[in-house]
Structure formats: C-alpha cells, structure tokens
Write a protein that binds this ligand. Sequence first.
Ligand SMILES: [Fe+2]
Length: 386
Amino acid sequence: MPFYHKVGELPQVKHTTFYKPDGKSLYREELVSSKGFSGVYSNKYHLHMPTAVLGVDEIPLYKEVDWHDAPVTYYHFFTDKKKEGGNFITARDVYLHNASCSIATATVTEPTDDFYRNGYAAEYIFVHHGTGRLLSDYGVINFVPGDQLIIPRAVIYRMEFDTYDNNKLLIVESDTAFEIPAHFRNDYGQMLEHAPYCERDFKLPEYITPTDETGEFRLIVKTGKRYFVHLLKYHPFDVVGWDGFLYPYAFNIDDYHPKVGRIHLPPPIHLAFVTQSFVLCNFVPRPYDFHEQAIPAPYFHANIDSDEVLYYVKGEFMSRKGIREGSITLHPGAMPHGPQPGRTEASVGAKETNEYAVMIDTFAPLTPTLNVKETMDPEYVRSWLE
Ligand SMILES: [Fe+2]
C-alpha cells in the first residue's frame, strides 16, 4: 500500500478503551493484517462487532466454463461482445485464469444493495467507462474513467455508478497483493524521483459517516470459484475511524508518467504494479524514440516465461491491426510475436503514440474460458501473413 493513512476518530493508544459518546459502550477494534502479523496492516474501529453473522448460504454465481481443448495459438477476442450485464458482482465475465490470477471484464448495467468481499484474492479494477463511487469500510473513493482501483483481499466494498448505461470494467484478481515495485521506492517506502508515479497521484479513501443500522445485510463472499451470502446483522460500513497501510486506493492511468528512450525500451519501462505471479503495465500516450533511425514499433520477441495479455483501452495501437477498444490479445509464452505486416515500416519516423493499454504478463500459463471461444477473432492467428 502507498503509505500511512488515517481517517476518522481513533484512540490515542492502540488496544485501549475507546468509548462511544455514551461513555459506557466500547467501539470494536479490528486489526486487518497481511502476511500473518508481519505485513502491512490497519486498525479499524467499528460501532458493532464485525463478526455478527446471522447465517451463511452458498449461491451458484460462478458461471465460467473452461475451454479444455483450447489450442495453443495467438488469441484476439472482443470483450465488448459480452453484454449480458448485471451488477458489479454478477456482471463479471472471466476470460483467462490460472491458479494465481484471473482476468475478467464487466459491463455493469444495474445497481445492487449487496456488499462484496473477495476472500481469496486482491483485485485490480480498471475503470474503462463509467463514473461513480467505490464505497468500503475504509471510506469512499470517487472514480472516473482511467482509474485503477487496488482493493486488498478481504475489503468489504460496493461500487455505485452514476448511470447504468455505459460502464465497463477490467478486473484482475491476484492471490497475492498488488504491490508498488520495490525499485520505485526508497528504503523508507517513499516513491523515488524517477518512479513513473508518486504519492500525490494516489486517490485515498475519504471519510464517510458510519452507518449505524441493524437488519439483514447481504455480503457476497467470493472464495475462488465459490460464492457465499453472509447475512450480516449490522451494516458493514460502521467504521468511525481507522489507520494503517492496508486500504483500497486508486491511481489513474493518465497520471502514469511514461519514459522514452533514444531507441525502443522494453515493457518493464511501463511497469505499474507487481504481484508474486504477474506484472501489470500501463501504456500511455508518449513521444516515440528519438534516434534518427529508430524503429518505434517493437521488435519480434518471445517472452518465454510469460503469457502476455494486452487489454486495449483507446487510441491507435502502433503494432496491431484489427484491434478495437475492449480487445484483448493473448500471446502465450511459447510463441514469438511482434508487429503485423507494414506496421514496423509505418512506425519509422513517427513522432508519438496516443495509445492506452493495460498489459498483464503472467508467470504461469493461462487457461481460456468459453468466453474467449465465443468472442475471438479466428483470423488473428493468420494476421502476420504478408
Ligand atoms: Fe510482447
């Protein structure tokens, strides 16, 4: 997480009496910690016990079917073709996954009163289209297109959109935390001068008045491919204050400061976040390489230890043709890839690019679901033929 943050009311000393205004009843302290008690953590103070659960039921929300005999090939598929919709929980369509991560998109068409907790994974949510609020027990983050919401495992949240006619999300789950790369930070955790973003670029949760309500509140808990409804006795956003390093935050792709070289620089120069099992990069508008004979389009390459996924956001992507907003390409690690015919030559002498894309390079192979089969461009594999 970025750095220490504090919201609302707190006792001066941890683990000491912290009374409500009546002077008799205690607020309930909850420590949320990672890596046992050795990682980042936060202390929250609730109006009520966060453990008051009226009942638990499993619900069959997981809808994806793996494409078991999917070929090892070059993939291009159009996520905008999936438009069944749903709320911010049910609208998710998973396209690719392995044991450590999954990659989904969601066209959110309806609101819900449900709350959501991913019990097994941290989440990265890229807001492609839509504006609204990420509400959590840490506060509120107002989001706009381009925002990348980083939500640690176990955070209870709800996404509310301003309208429900044009909302599109890219959602990446990770079984380990999304981290700011270590080489972006100094020994004290401060962002270094040459990092592509800094503390001022983060949107942090802002205080919301705690909700003191008793009733039956549906919390949807996801654990891998299983979903449960935990019926809570108290409204989960009942936190009067919290502090620490573990909390959701946002970083807009437009605030990524790209680096440019004299000759082509490889994808690690576009790094945004890392996990234990993949890296995530931001491609943003930038001037091209400035050597007189530079070829800005990438050379053909085989990244043999990674499956490479690109989600195309907007702009003209220099090395690809037939790509649209919401397209995803998957180039499995075994296979070389590069610009399509004519694209290398066309890039020579070009001065700048207006592309926006998010790249996910996984360290283990990805399995496609039938959503890939349903939305793919079958001609993509032959798109390098001259
Ligand atoms: Fe690549």
